[in-house]
Design a protein around this ligand. Structure first.
Ligand SMILES: [Zn+2]
Length: 178
């Protein structure tokens, strides 16, 4: 079977597209797995216990025909019938909407926390708020830090402050809070 095999079909008015998952040839005894997508981004992964080396197009089309669509729990959209999915019967649109609400809540909480901390620092005379992006000297992902100073810090001062934590300054912005 070609690794780039693709198949498109219409199920209950929804245009579906199937491709072969790389797991099918990356792992032994995995079988052949498809990733089937809806235009709104929802994905399901039907699998058949036939090795990728010997799977035929008819097997793959049979596998595509096992895909079922059901009505979303919350709206009229159709979504994959997939008990293993973390979408729990919600369509991709409803799932993303709910996830964005959750993310906004987290963001709001963080904003409140930062505001409180800034007020506390101002009371102690630390009126310069440096927002610094830095990366670990020993490797790793960038991190964002909030550091407060009594006097306007130069890049050197910020760098010296971070050196103790084994961090290198990548970029920074200083805000005078009062
Ligand atoms: Zn929905």
């Amino acid at each position: 079977m070609q690794k780039n095999w693709q198949y498109k079909w219409n199920l209950n008015g929804v245009e579906l597209k199937a491709e072969i998952s790389p797991c099918s040839w990356m792992y032994d005894n995995y079988g052949t797995q498809l990733s089937v997508t809806e235009p709104n981004g929802a994905v399901t992964y039907p699998i058949v216990k036939i090795p990728f080396e010997s799977v035929l197009e008819t097997d793959l089309i049979t596998l595509c025909n096992t895909v079922e669509l059901v009505k979303c729990n919350k709206c009229n959209n159709l979504t994959f019938k997939d008990p293993k999915s973390n979408r729990k019967g919600d369509c991709e649109v409803c799932f993303m909407k709910e996830m964005n609400i959750e993310l906004e809540k987290i963001q709001k909480k963080q904003d409140i926390k930062l505001k409180k901390q800034t007020q506390k620092m101002i009371k102690q005379g630390f009126i310069y708020h440096a927002i610094v992006s830095a990366y670990p000297i020993n490797g790793g992902d960038d991190i964002i830090l909030d550091i407060w100073f009594k006097e306007e810090p130069t890049k050197q001062i910020i760098a010296n402050t971070l050196k103790k934590s084994k961090l290198t300054v990548c970029n920074y912005q200083v805000v005078k809070e009062v």
